[in-house]
Design a protein around this ligand. Structure first.
Ligand SMILES: C[S@@+](CC[C@H](N)C(=O)[O-])C[C@H]1O[C@@H](n2cnc3c(N)ncnc32)[C@H](O)[C@@H]1O
Length: 228
């Protein structure tokens, strides 16, 4: 566990309640052992939509719409949901219809990396939450479509199908501080997902168009704002 139990419980206890439909989504996720972003990170998505006064949000990997529901709670005018599992997307459409939110959603079935090519942007927020090995490619595909002041947010940078200890040692060896120690070879033997997260963090931190902070909320969010 990266975040201490007490801190995680405190963030949850002080965070927003689910709406009725979000509570049903969360129960559905539990029932199907589905890794949605969770309410703590959901509250951050809501905040990002609110702070950017989001007109359009693009999601790489939407499942059945739980993360999208938080952007919509933050006032986003429109969310583009992408999902290559037709059943999940259909379930998302049903949930959004029940919530009265379907008219603010665009449901795109298929590979998000292909879907994004069909959009010019601008996007005020993009969520990267699909295959970890493709996170850096998603950044490259979307970076020029993000509005100035907009945000790219990536989930699972601290938890999920990844080796956190290897990522930590790699980050300490390659980060900007220079005095943090670490192990430049820490990723040797780590799985593809861990390499994918490391590649994403390296790419976004090296990109002078963005300022990045990692928030230890939920499974860990990398939040990157596009500067003027
Ligand atoms: C971690 S879940 C995302 C959950 C969602 N963002 C949420 O928090 O409610 C990842 C989802 O992305 C989908 N996915 C993975 N790679 C994808 C791709 N290249 N294109 C479209 N969907 C993809 C998976 O089928 C899965 O439903």
């Amino acid at each position: 566990m990266v975040l201490s139990d007490d801190i995680a419980r405190f963030v949850r206890a002080t965070g927003p309640e689910h709406t009725d439909v979000q509570a049903r989504m969360a129960a559905f996720a539990d029932e199907h052992d589905f890794p949605n972003i969770g309410p703590e990170s959901g509250a951050v998505l809501r905040l990002l939509a609110r702070l950017t006064d989001a007109e359009t949000v693009f999601e790489f990997g939407s499942g059945f719409g739980y993360s999208a529901s938080w952007f919509l709670r933050g006032g986003a005018d429109r969310v583009v949901l992408t999902e290559f599992d037709a059943d999940e997307l259909g379930q998302g459409r049903a949930f959004m219809t029940d919530a009265g939110l379907a008219d603010r959603c665009v449901f795109e079935e298929g590979d998000a990396m292909k879907t994004v090519e069909r959009y010019d942007g601008p996007f005020d927020v993009a969520l990267v939450d699909h295959q970890k090995e493709r996170y850096a490619d998603a950044l490259r595909a979307v970076r020029d479509k993000i509005s100035t002041g907009g945000v790219v947010v990536a989930d699972n940078v601290m938890r999920g199908p990844i080796d956190f200890d290897a990522l930590l040692a790699h980050a300490e060896a390659t980060g900007g501080r220079g005095d943090a120690g670490g192990d430049p070879d820490a990723l040797a033997g780590a799985n593809d997902e861990t390499h994918g997260i490391a590649a994403y963090l390296n790419a976004v931190r090296d990109d002078s168009a963005f300022e990045t902070v990692v928030l230890p909320v939920g499974s860990g969010l990398a939040v990157s704002t596009k500067t003027p």
